[in-house]
Design a protein around this ligand. Sequence first.
Ligand code: PGA
Length: 249
Amino acid sequence: MARKKIIAGNWKMNMTPSEAVALVNTLKPLVANDDVDVLFCVPAIDIIPAMEAAKGSNIMIGAENMYFEEKGAYTGEISPAMLVDAGVKYVIIGHSERREYFAETDETVNKKVLKAFEHGITPIICCGETLTQREQGVTIDFIRQQIKIAFLSVSAAQAASAVIAYEPIWAIGTGKVATTEQAQEVCKAIRDCIAEIYDAATADAIRIQYGGSVSADSAPELFSQADIDGGLVGGASLKADFGKIVNYK
Ligand code: PGA
């Protein structure tokens, strides 16, 4: 099956609402490419203005996080219904920065993934090893564990529609992009793991992104690998470079 590439920006904690509108307007003509799904995952407060600014373009606006409860006394959190009401279709779940600074675990990731699906939002499920784990030779074991827990109780149909982002932590924001071989090896291992949990058709359908210092230079080779279906892009998604990444061919 030919999987459509999905190239997503992860703005992280950048861009005020007015800056967000300006950036969407700047990037709009540069990312006009219907061959790929183009997604900007933006801070919660930017979602509505960015959505307005993106109207009539191919840009989809997603969220960077979401809580796993429906509503109630969870000060500061964003509920799935709030995202749905704002028109959000994709949400990043379990980014390594959330795991590191906000105590997210494989278990909370699984809860959020299930809750996103319950509300018809597609999760972009992040996984990735530390430099130490890579040096210890446990990368694939570690990633398989993250994936297996993230997908607990997720149905095959849901899994087929999900997006996984493989982001080696040592490559995020460091300018140290994984080699094409390293990225492809792990993305393939992730697909094999999905085939083991579900079946070949589900593994064939699920989209797997690479993330970690993706640039206009590294994107063409990375995105042409058999098991890499696009990218999750941090730093370079805030610049005109993102247009080159989206038009990597
Ligand atoms: P980076 O971030 O492209 O700036 O390395 C990627 C990410 O954290 O999603």
